[in-house]
Design a protein around this ligand. Sequence first.
Ligand code: AHM
Ligand code: MG
Length: 331
Amino acid sequence: MTSTPKTLGEFIIENQSSFKYTSGELSRLINSIRLAAKVVNHEVNKAGLVDIIGNAGDTNIQGEDQQKLDVYANNKFIQTLTKRNIVCGIASEEEDDFISINSQDTNNQNKYVVLIDPLDGSSNIDVNVSVGTIFSIYRRVTPVGTPVTIEDFLQKGSDQVAAGYVVYGTSTMLVYTTGHGVNGFTLNPAIGTFYLSHPNMTFPENGNIYSVNEGNYIHFPQGVKNYIKYCQEEEGDRPYTSRYIGSLVSDFHRNMIKGGIYFYPQTSKDKNGKLRLLYECNPMAFIAEQANGKASDGKNRIMDIKPTELHERVPFFCGSKNMVEKAETFM
Ligand code: AHM
Ligand code: MG
């Protein structure tokens, strides 16, 4: 008989002592994210019913306005983190500026800020394809008890204390790291509990999947075009297979399990590509490195980039170590 699987709640408590500054604050923060993820999951699962129960902008039977799911997810994560008085600041891909929590209240002794992409890949919702939430956590650099400033958010990825994602897929999973490896938890929707299903997740060093939007091929720099041709060449373990969901969390998740590379390069139209350094690339890079993978902008380590603005974009190459290193040789 197999032993009872560990729940996420149990795992968080058991691992609390491995955090550098143990005060329980980070544990409470991850617990809040877990809670918001469950609420968002419930709503995402109902997305297919939208034609029956109403569209964004409509009013539902209870007289409440229906929200688009990305707006809903944004509000839900912000509300959960704000109401539970667990962080001192939040920045979201959905908001123009960062939010300072209780900035007038010097009793706010919270040390952490959260950066979040509440519903990534949201164009996939209408067609019943997986989407995700990405989060990134830092210790503030300004003094505790004062309002947060932009400096608290513009930290290098290497300063992250935790990062993770939720994938709302065929099953819902929460995967996160606090710098001690990567663990994945699967939601049992019947009882609303996440169980440790994927302990110590690691990228295979090599893989045979490449994930890129090849519709942009004509706009890619020559190095990227050459690398794509390399992936398609018949030699050794190549050609690789092409898999692109268009939902970063899902593409990353598959590649981590099977071995592969995801890339969203610069194009002649967007010199920094599409993905956001703070909300998408840094957290995924932290998870990738903790899982023996690698993340680069084509030349430099993602987590070494000093951000200059909240919504900064960056070219992104991420996945199995040897594949990312090979791709870099083409850039
Ligand atoms: P979003 O934050 O607007 O959802 O955009 C991010 C998403 C990623 O999840 C995905 O990998 C990429 O955009 C897909 O972009 P494209 O449709 O250009 O290939
Ligand atoms: Mg996004």
